[in-house]
Design a protein around this ligand. Sequence first.
Ligand code: ADP
Length: 325
Amino acid sequence: MITLRGLTKRYGDTVAVDGLTLDVEEGRVTGFLGPNGAGKSTTMRMILGLDRPTAGRALIDGRPYASMRHPVREVGALLDAKALHPARSARSHLIAQARSNGIPVRRVDEVLETVGLAKVARRRAGAFSLGMYQRLGIAGALLGDPQVLILDEPVNGLDPEGVRWVRELVRAQAAQGRTVFLSSHLMSEMQLTADRLVVIGRGRLLADTPMADLLAASASASVRVRTADPADLSGLAGRLRAYEGVTVESPGGERNEIVVRGRTAAEIGDLAHRLGVALHQLHSVPASLEQAYMELTEHSVEYGAAASPPPPVSDGSAPTATTEV
Ligand code: ADP
C-alpha cells in the first residue's frame, strides 16, 4: 500500500503538489490522472524518494522508500524509460540493477523473456525504439518481483499488442494482491485497465474513487427509458423535466424512448412506479472515462487551447442524434 498524507511540494512560487492525502491499496490497479503540469510526476518522484516533500509524507507499506535496504525488491518503478546508458545492452543494464539489489542474474533473463526482449537482450539499448525502451523499463520494474509497482505512462509508444500486454500484465499483478499505481493519458486504455482512479489538478486531489462510481456520477451518464405507450412516456418525461438539473431527450425522435440525464435508473424506476407507468426498458449508460475526466478537470487545465473543440463523440453507446421531447 502507498500512503500519502498531506503530501506537498513547492518550487518557489509554484505549488506542484498541494496537500495530497490518499491510500493506493493493494490488489487493484489504481490509475493516476491529471492534466499536464498537475503534479503527477512530482508525486511519483516523492513516493520514490527522488524529490523531498516540502510538507507531508509518502510511505510504501508504512516506510519511506529511502529507508529500504533493497528497494528494487519492494517497489518496481518506471518513470523515464529512456533513463539508461545508451551504449549498454538491455541485459547488462538489468544486470547492474540486479547486482546492486542482491538479485540473481537468472532473474534478468526471466524478465527479459517476460517483456519480449530476450532476442535483443545483447543489443545496444541506445538503438531501441520507444516501445522497446518501455518494455525494458517494465522489465526493470519487475526485476525484484516487488509487491508495489509505480509506472508513469507505461504504454507510451507501444503498439496495440504492447498496450494490451501491459494491461494484462498489470491486471495480473493486481490480481496477485500487489499494489499497482499507474498514469496514462490514454483514457480509453485507462478505462479498461484501472479499478480505481486518483485524479489531480493543479496539485490538488479532484477525485479518489472506484472507476464505476466516477462514470456513473458523471453528468454525461444517462438512462434510456422505454414504455409501450407514448402518452405514458410523455407524462413521465414532463415530471422528470420539472426536477432541477434533469435533461430529457428523445434519440432520433423516437416516440417511445427517452434519454434522461441527472437521475439514476433507480430514481426513474421509482418515479414511474409512483405514476403507474409500465416500463419496457430502463437501461443505465455510464459516461466514458474521457467524458467524466473532462468534466472533472475542466477548471484545472494549465496548458489549454484558446478555444475548446467540441466534446468528443462518445464510444457509440450514447445516442448520436437527439431532439427534445
Ligand atoms: P505532471 O507530471 O502532472 O505533468 P509535474 O509533476 O511534472 O506535472 O509538474 C507539476 C508542476 O510543478 C508544474 O507546474 C511544473 O512546471 C512544476 N515543476 C515540476 N518540476 C519542477 C522543478 N524541478 N522545478 C520547478 N518547477 C517544477
